[in-house]
Design a protein around this ligand. Structure first.
Ligand code: TYD
Length: 245
């Protein structure tokens, strides 16, 4: 236990320090969550939102793709494994363009207005997902994604990105269990990505590692496969330091 917690606190401390160099100029705070499917980030982001609200902070919780009316429609197209039965194969660049169409709308409609009102915006996935999934997974390469980000998002980046990167095997197992459950219970199908094989996810995992190494000021990677509670504590420590809570 002790050996796992100690490095976590080191992560929190170093992130605090470096992150001060990376604030964007809007009054609010923009924080994104990243990771493989099944990394537990959706649970963690919701718990962080509740924790911040308990401390009197104004929080806006959103996701990419999704959040806006247009984005939820795009999400339906992109994530449903039945889409391609109707449309034919979606090319990697078409997939990328749809992700950025969603993101442009999300920035204009949700993220920037909330930041202008001094809110904390927590976004479940952002451009790092495009770099990892379309750049790495679909092999479009990082340069294409970074160029699109510059053009379509004006290079707008979060101050802090929490990257949940537990060992690949554990993430894959969780994602598959969850998708089986979702399809079975609700009839909704969000597994066009989860259908992909292990080599696809290994490329995504590697791309995330590359992003974290390239941008240590912005991206804090948590690689432990610890309990939900333990990971939430370290996330809270990182965010508390950033926000001076
Ligand atoms: P989501 O339900 O948000 O993620 P998770 O499965 O981790 O809860 O699903 C979004 C899916 O879309 C996920 O498989 C990653 C993928 N995606 C991309 O491929 N590119 C992107 O730019 C984004 C934002 C998501």
């Amino acid at each position: 236990m002790r050996s796992r917690i100690a490095p976590m606190w080191d992560i929190a401390r170093s992130a605090t320090f470096a992150g001060r160099l990376h604030w964007n100029t809007m009054p609010g705070t923009f924080i994104t969550f990243e990771g493989l499917d099944g990394s537990g980030k959706t649970t963690q982001i919701k718990r962080l939102a509740a924790w911040l609200e308990e401390r009197g902070r104004n929080v806006v919780l959103t996701r990419n793709p999704g959040g806006t009316a247009l984005g939820e429609r795009i999400r339906g197209i992109l994530l449903d494994s039945r889409t391609e039965a109707a449309t034919g194969a979606i090319t990697p660049k078409a997939e990328l363009a749809l992700m950025f169409a969603d993101r442009a709308q999300s920035i204009a409609e949700i993220i920037k207005p909330a930041l202008a009102e001094d809110k904390i915006v927590l976004c479940d996935r952002y451009t790092d997902s495009s770099e990892a999934y379309q750049g790495g997974g679909r092999e479009l390469g990082s340069a294409t994604i970074l160029a699109a980000h510059k053009t379509i998002c004006d290079g707008f980046q979060p101050s802090l990105t929490i990257l949940l990167l537990p060992p690949l095997a554990a993430s894959l197992a969780r994602a598959r269990r969850r998708n089986d459950r979702t399809t079975h219970h609700t009839g909704t199908d969000e597994n066009r990505f989860e259908r992909e094989g292990d080599t696809f996810y290994t490329r995504i995992y590697d791309a995330y590692k590359t992003i974290a190494a390239r941008e240590p000021q912005r991206v804090v990677a948590i690689e432990d496969d610890a309990s939900i509670d333990e990971i939430q504590k370290i996330i809270q420590a990182i965010v508390a330091n950033r926000l001076d809570l």
